[in-house]
Design a protein around this ligand. Sequence first.
Ligand code: ADP
Length: 765
Amino acid sequence: MAVMPVYDTIVIPGATVYLRTQDYVKGTGRQPVTGERVTFVVEREETERASLTNESFYPIGSSGTITEVNGGGYIALRIQNRVNIDEVTVLQGGSISLTVTRRPDVDDLDVEEAEKRVRSMRDAILAFCEKYQWGPMIRLQAQHWNTMWEIAGALSPFLYAEDSEKYALLAEDTLQARFDMAERMLRENLELARVNTEAQTAQQEDYQKLYREDAIKKQMSYLQKELDGMHPENVTDVRRLELKLEEAGMNETALKEGRRVLNRLKSEGGQGPEAGMLMDYLELLTSLPWQKTEGERIALGDARAVLDRDHAGLEKVKKRILQQIAVMTLRGRQSGSILCFVGAPGTGKTSIGQSIASALGRKYVRVSLGGVRDEADIRGHRRTYIGSMPGGIMDGIHKSGVSNPVMVLDEIDKLSASYAGDPASALLEVLDPEQNSNFTDHYLNVPFDLSDVFFICTANTLDTIPEPLLNRIDVIQFQGYTPLEKMEIARDHLLPKAMEAAGLEKKDLEVEEKALEKVIGEYTREAGVRGLKKRMDMICRAAAVQLVEEPGKAVRVTEENIRDFMDMHPVRQNRVPEKTKPGIVTGLAWTPVGGEILYIQTLLTKGEGHLTVTGRLGDVMKESAQIAVSLVKAFFPEQAADLKKSDMHIHVPDGATPKDGPSAGITLTTALSSLVTGVAVPPDVAMTGEVSLQGDMRAIGGLPEKLMAAQRAGVKTVFIPTENREDLKDVAQEVRDAMKIIPVSSVEEVLSYLGMQVYTLTQAG
Ligand code: ADP
């Protein structure tokens, strides 16, 4: 009798099993003969024939008969009984000898019920095959299935089930339980196959759809291009925008929004009420520089050269800018700090921004924020507004045509908040490197990456910059220029540029240095060089006229004839007077347009000890006046008695300009002291310093600007607080050389120096 080891095969009675002839030969060591009886032993795990041992098998097997030996290499075996394997011996060479006894089934099967269930199973399988066009062979066989055993046997090679599960069918003694198990296994597998097939089909359908869509799109765009090429005059605006939209290289969100608007435009048609607005939007969206950058990394030396080429002086500023560029180069992106240039008008803040751009090889764009009150000026109006527009930032980006320009935000000190939102907080978002890669303009309504923009802010004063903004920026002071620096700027920069603009060549015009000095000294009065630039233009225009009238005759501008070139009178200079009376003292002030000198005038009249202050002084300055009065009473107790019978008037001329700040304290005190003692203070002595009620001098701001103003006015001696001594480092040598600068730490020092006898406060105390 043949013994056939099997693994993972269902060999229950009633089943027909199909085996490959060669497997049968290998397993049994015999050729198959129809009608021969075969005993099946079930392996516990899949094992090579040569490695089989006595323990390789489950204790229950089955026996059957070969019913068909097929010429195509298959044999069919019909299983009849189950057997107990009483003894098994695997011989050398792999042949197996067995002692078996028949193992009977417990027949408790409900036949009628079983037939129903078999029919339903068969139908389910057939329907499945039908639906998924699956297994034509199985469909053929299925016609003949009459028992669950046949079905399980036939499907055995395809069933997903543990081999132990398959063996469990064989080991089950009662037929009803075996039937239930087999049915369950088949149903599960049927379900599994269905899910698998459906998933596969769905996936295939998806892919197919995708391929199809892509193919159609490609074909359409190809055909459309062909058509456009044949009739370029017929390419509609909508079509043009569509092309631009796909080619602009914008981010996903923007592209989506763009397509959405485009679809609306298409459905609305070119004549719809909103068409214009939608088109404007698309024009802007598609022409933004989504991925255009310009400029390479550059050597610091080259950057330095460019900065020097365009601007004289400004050493500290240039140094700080080079640091910024160095940090940027190392990081490969923007530095985290935002530069803010602060200083008087015409000190070169904006124009050095231009220089930075050319040093970096980048585009330059300026966005003016002066007078901006509305958040929308910065981030745009929502598109629902009629005439809505993008804000200044995106407008600037659009104008620059690149996504990494040097953008100068001019006059951030002139922002103001209004009912329409706070522009400063919008600006903060623009400047914050953490947020600005996703900056969303209200009009555009899609994010734009600003993180490559090199932002520079400018301002005249720090006082009016909103606090949160102030915290974010890195302030660089532009102090204004000394006469010598102005000279250099006029000679090397402003004049050559003005000549070029007027079409003059070098040989056509010569301006003597003395003449330039006179222009600086008499025709301008400013911290920066804006006026000076205008005067240079003025000279060149006049020279151009002369040159046209008398061609070939070079024009010479000298100290003597400069007046002929100026179509204006010399500017009234704020120079200190020759003489002065007691009670008048020269002070130094800082203003957003540079340093200034001012005179504090005081007067005593008959009265009852009242104090009057005029000249549009702010609260802080009024308080300084009160302190001055108290100090004077303490310093000069004898005179103080008379003060009860007088009114005191303090006036600071130039009432049109509001003035405030504590730094006039020393000047106020000195003026009143001079008044009550009758000791006149020389007009070329100036001073600045906050004063405490103890008579101490406290530090003040803006020293370089103030000293420059003093120099312009011809001041010879200046008292400054000792605490400000360090600031002298920032003051040009030329300025320091022009006057005697005396650091003092108390009011008494100043008064004694000026020859007033002081009843010292320590004595008084
Ligand atoms: P701000 O922005 O500070 O008001 P601008 O940048 O508009 O000043 O400068 C006014 C003019 O003066 C510009 O033409 C600029 O080129 C010129 N200028 C200012 N500072 C210098 C300088 N240090 N060297 C050369 N030209 C200068």
